[in-house]
Ligand binder design. Structure first.
Ligand SMILES: Cc1cc2nc3c(=O)[nH]c(=O)nc-3n(C[C@H](O)[C@H](O)[C@H](O)COP(=O)(O)O)c2cc1C
Length: 207
């Protein structure tokens, strides 16, 4: 059993929990290799089926409670979000044994200043994916990357990359609920945070 001195500040203190999930989200967006870089994005399909997939965390703005993700505008998740904007992002840090579930509403930006800025900031190797000629998830008779032959295995020129812009969407998730879970042999801890009256209101929960 760990001594109480081995336990992190967030074990007994809701303010420290709020600080900890904010720090993890910031690290996930800025630190290469950080486990919060690859959350699972959950959406609902129009027939009520849950859909979940890993997606790269591109940016977090804690002041705006806003998370940015990038995707193909033709992918299933974009239609799902346009029909039902309620989404959840699930993050897990296996070293710290912390799960953070972030809930809110997503908007798909295709052709506005938000999407333009996201496109301009994405590295060429990422932008290449949007040159795919076929809709993601469409059936193929043979194994394919979907990319045109001239860009397979190489980073295309800026001029060539521009052709993918119409297939690019930046997803903006504005979140107002957080579910926190910390696993520890001394006893697990769970808390929720709801954004109300211009501040995060935290409450302990039974795990
Ligand atoms: C490590 C990893 C990172 C991924 N990053 C992204 C990403 O940033 N954007 C994206 O659209 N798909 C990403 N994917 C692929 C998605 O998980 C998913 O397969 C794809 O977007 C199609 O999803 P959909 O058909 O549900 O829309 C990633 C997959 C893995 C395994």
């Amino acid at each position: 059993m760990p001594k109480s001195t081995d336990l992190p500040a967030h074990y007994e203190d809701l303010t420290a929990v709020e600080g900890a999930w904010k720090t993890l989200l910031r690290a996930g967006s800025s630190e290469r290799g950080h486990p919060f870089k690859k959350p699972v994005l959950s959406t609902l399909s129009s027939n009520g089926q849950p859909k979940a997939r890993i997606i790269i965390l591109r940016d977090v703005d804690l002041g705006e409670r806003s998370i940015r993700l990038h995707t193909d505008a033709r992918s299933g998740k974009v239609g799902e979000i346009e029909a039902n904007p309620n989404v959840m992002l699930t993050f897990y840090d296996p070293t710290e044994e912390i799960q953070v579930q972030v809930s809110g509403k997503a908007t798909a930006h295709r052709d506005d200043a938000y999407a333009d800025a996201a496109w301009a900031g994405a590295p060429p190797s990422s932008r290449r994916a949007y040159l795919a000629e076929v809709t993601p998830g469409s059936v193929s008779e043979r194994p394919v990357s979907g990319l045109p032959l001239d860009v397979e295995g190489k980073v295309p020129s800026e001029e060539r990359l521009r052709g993918g812009r119409t297939n690019f969407a930046a997803l903006q998730v504005v979140f107002d609920r957080i579910d926190w879970l910390f696993l520890n042999p001394a006893g697990n801890r769970r808390a929720k945070f709801v954004f109300q009256d211009e501040a995060w209101q935290g409450t302990w929960l039974a795990p």
